[in-house]
Design a binder for this molecule. Structure first.
Ligand code: ASP
Length: 324
């Protein structure tokens, strides 16, 4: 009885603290029960990737294994033309890939401008687990991958080669919003044990300059995970995401009390204000997940969607957007 009374008093005190915080627009994370496991990923190819991730999550696997397993799917699919095998090349006809991975304990691994390897995400994980470093690029990343037993392959599929040769005729570099010659799979997940992880992988912008690196392999830009707070990932014109350290920004906003939805909206607002004169040239989308399994997504302009898989099923959702 005494214990019960003590518990009741404790809850009462918590409620008294939470109420005024809420009136300042802060959502107390402890107010809701946790929705887990859950996985979110960018774009339509996220549906299949989520299924692969869900197989891991629903059998009590780690979020880290789930996100790696999930994004390997589009990486290995030659028909997905913006990730891994089949990714569109740079202007020199070279397919260069960017990827990173992060777990709940700030363990990180990343590769950038990596050629000839179908699964850059697994090379990124090997960087995280088997080297004293967090990021390897270009030739060094390839050498490391080969030393780890990854196979050297030609990633330029016939269709990409044909398109690239067509592009060369004018060599006009102008990525077009939502006419997708680029797209990234960013995936974030919360496992049954309450641990978060994320993965992000892409061939980047088609016909980019050789050596160009986007946001996707940059921890804090294309992906960020804080095991105590939440996770976020980005897609779209990477230069603008890097400028505001986008995914880190979203996670920091959640740390300061924003819901995942509010955090994505605020990050997009910041990019919007900086790009007001060239809004028709860029698209950026963020997805976010907090420790409770609450989710959010927002993008600059119409056209971004994301896949969400939790105990209620796997669905593709159109993101709300800023420029209306
Ligand atoms: N963020 C990627 C990059 O800039 C491209 C994309 O997601 O569309 O390389």
């Amino acid at each position: 009885m005494k214990n019960k009374r003590r518990e009741f008093l404790k809850l009462g005190i918590l409620a008294t603290i939470a109420a005024p915080l809420k009136s300042f627009g802060f959502n107390s994370i402890s107010e809701t029960s946790t929705n887990k496991p859950i996985v979110l990923s960018t774009w339509k190819f996220g549906i299949k990737a989520n299924e692969a991730a869900w197989n891991v999550l629903s059998t009590n696997g780690r979020a880290l294994d789930a996100v790696e397993t999930g994004v390997r799917l589009p990486e290995g699919d030659p028909n997905e033309r913006s990730v891994g095998l089949g990714g569109r090349p740079d202007r020199d006809g070279r397919v260069t890939l960017d990827a990173c991975i992060m777990d709940e304990n700030l363990n990180i691994g990343s590769v950038a401008c990596l050629e000839h390897i179908v699964h850059p995400i697994s090379v990124a994980r090997a960087v995280m687990e088997k080297t004293p470093h967090v990021m390897l690029v270009g030739e060094g990343a390839l050498q490391f991958a080969l030393s780890q037993g990854f196979k050297k392959e030609n990633l330029l599929v016939a269709e990409s080669e044909r398109e690239w040769k067509e592009w060369l005729k004018k060599s006009n570099y102008k990525p077009i919003v939502n006419i997708e010659n680029h797209d990234t799979i960013g995936m974030i997940a919360l496992d049954m044990n309450g641990n978060l992880s994320g993965a992000c992988t892409t061939s980047g912008l088609a016909y980019k300059m050789h050596g160009r690196v986007g946001d996707s392999p940059i921890i804090g830009a294309g992906l960020y995970v804080d095991g105590e707070v939440g996770a976020a990932t980005a897609t779209g014109h990477g230069e603008e995401v890097i400028r505001v350290a986008g995914s880190h920004l979203v996670v920091e906003l959640m740390r300061h009390g924003r819901s995942p939805q509010q955090a994505c909206e605020e990050a997009i607002e910041r990019i919007y204000k900086k790009n007001i004169k060239r809004l028709n040239e860029i698209q950026i989308g963020f997805i976010a997940l907090n420790k409770n399994g609450e989710t959010g997504a927002f993008c600059l302009q119409k056209g971004f969607n994301y896949a969400k898989y939790d105990t209620t099923g796997n669905v593709l959702i159109d993101s709300d957007y800023k420029v209306k």
